[in-house]
Design a protein around this ligand. Sequence first.
Ligand SMILES: Nc1nc2c(c(=O)[nH]1)N=C([C@H](O)[C@H](O)COP(=O)(O)OP(=O)(O)OP(=O)(O)O)CN2
Ligand SMILES: [Zn+2]
Length: 150
Amino acid sequence: MGTIRITKQFNFETGHALYGYDGKCKNVHGHSYKLSVTVIGKPISDSTQVKYGMVIDFTDLKKIVKEEIVDVFDHATVFNKNTPHIELAKELQDRDHHVILVDYQPTSEMMVIDFAKKIKGRLPQNIQLFSVRLQETETSFAEWYASDNQ
Ligand SMILES: Nc1nc2c(c(=O)[nH]1)N=C([C@H](O)[C@H](O)COP(=O)(O)OP(=O)(O)OP(=O)(O)O)CN2
Ligand SMILES: [Zn+2]
């Protein structure tokens, strides 16, 4: 039985600001992020199993990524908690805004590393995460590959 990669794509709207950055992205702004999650494995070959012919049920992969990332980050604003933005974040939280405080600069690169770790932690043992792609704008994206991170 062949080894196959399958991909599920997601969309979410998230705000962020890059504290200390020397360009326009130091301002609070948002993106319509596109996330592609690719896993690799062998399709189940036992025809008596309900998931026969699947590497992983797209619905099961969707549940994991929605719970870990999409439902958490959608319509939230992400700040690096190790910067003075913590004050702005507290103010927004006090006003009932959905804020996420992270331990890193919320660039595409750092977010995709965070997302890959979160997804890996939820996948069944027989399914390997192959790659995660986070697209921030129509022309900008960051990719995490398992092969680059062994
Ligand atoms: N290596 C990175 N560089 C930048 C990041 C990042 O995450 N990693 N992020 C930003 C900003 O968040 C910005 O919103 C995106 O930058 P950019 O692609 O330049 O956005 P534009 O809207 O100007 O895109 P165009 O399609 O070129 O108009 C900055 N840099
Ligand atoms: Zn941005």
